[in-house]
Design a binder for this molecule. Structure first.
Ligand SMILES: [Zn+2]
Length: 238
């Protein structure tokens, strides 16, 4: 199965025409209802349609180009199966269980919550990053206590509104699940050629928010430089 997926992905890269066929190889557990399955497939199809003429260095290092073929290849190398469960929380959207390789689980919230498509997709790619067992599944870092934003207010989840102080919901590297998710979103905001202005604005809002979960100053500054943010905009810790 792995060989088959790899072959199809290579064809997709070469021809750029086999995205739908390649998606047919993504397996869904029998309890994944049609609405959820169709939502995921439609979201992935959008991801597979993205084009650009520029990608930041960190994006190239993690995903390749800001390009549908690269996104599809990256995803299909990591996720073979989609299951459904509650992920141990009534507010979770998706999760990975490291004891099940190359599998992600979605919850019913995936089709219920009202976040934009590009935000949903970034969650799917965040979870796909967690399948990388060779990197210890890129475990989260614990957010500091207190965890305050630039205005001195408690940092909350853009997804659920929950306060993040002391929660395992942060990252200390650009390459982790939140780090890579942020880089993905920011590159779509900056570089997607065929995304409409709403998609790019949504991507920027969620990228800016998720950057707040990068709690290591060096990692955060590395990402800001990668995004081309002006030095005076940087929040350099001293
Ligand atoms: Zn995660």
């Amino acid at each position: 199965m792995k060989y088959l997926l790899t072959s199809v992905s290579v064809m997709a890269v070469v021809a750029g025409l086999f995205i739908t066929e390649a998606r047919a190889d993504l397996q869904f557990d029998s309890d994944v209802e049609p609405a959820l399955k169709n939502q995921i497939l439609a979201d992935l199809q959008f991801m597979g349609s993205i084009t650009s003429t520029h990608s930041t260095a960190l994006h190239q290092q993690i995903f390749g180009q800001v390009n549908g073929a690269d996104y599809t290849k990256w995803f299909e190398a990591r996720v073979f199966t989609v299951g459904k469960q509650d992920c141990g929380s009534s507010i979770a959207v998706a999760c990975v269980d490291p004891s099940y390789e190359n599998k992600i689980w979605m919850t019913e919230n995936y089709t219920k919550f009202d976040h934009p498509q590009i935000a949903r997709l970034s969650v799917v790619y965040h979870e796909a990053r967690h399948t990388e067992s060779e990197h210890g599944n890129w475990g989260h870092a614990t957010c500091p206590t207190p965890f305050l934003d630039d205005h001195g207010n408690p940092v909350t989840s853009i997804w659920t509104g929950a306060q993040l102080a002391g929660e395992a919901a942060c990252d200390v590297t650009p390459f982790g699940s939140y780090g890579s998710q942020t880089i993905l979103l920011k590159n779509i905001a900056l570089n997607c050629s065929n995304c409409n202005s709403k998609v790019k604005a949504d991507a920027d809002i969620f990228a800016t928010d998720q950057l707040g979960r990068i709690i290591d100053a060096n990692a955060k500054n590395q990402m800001k430089r990668d995004f081309g943010l002006a030095r005076e905009e940087m929040n350099i810790a001293i």
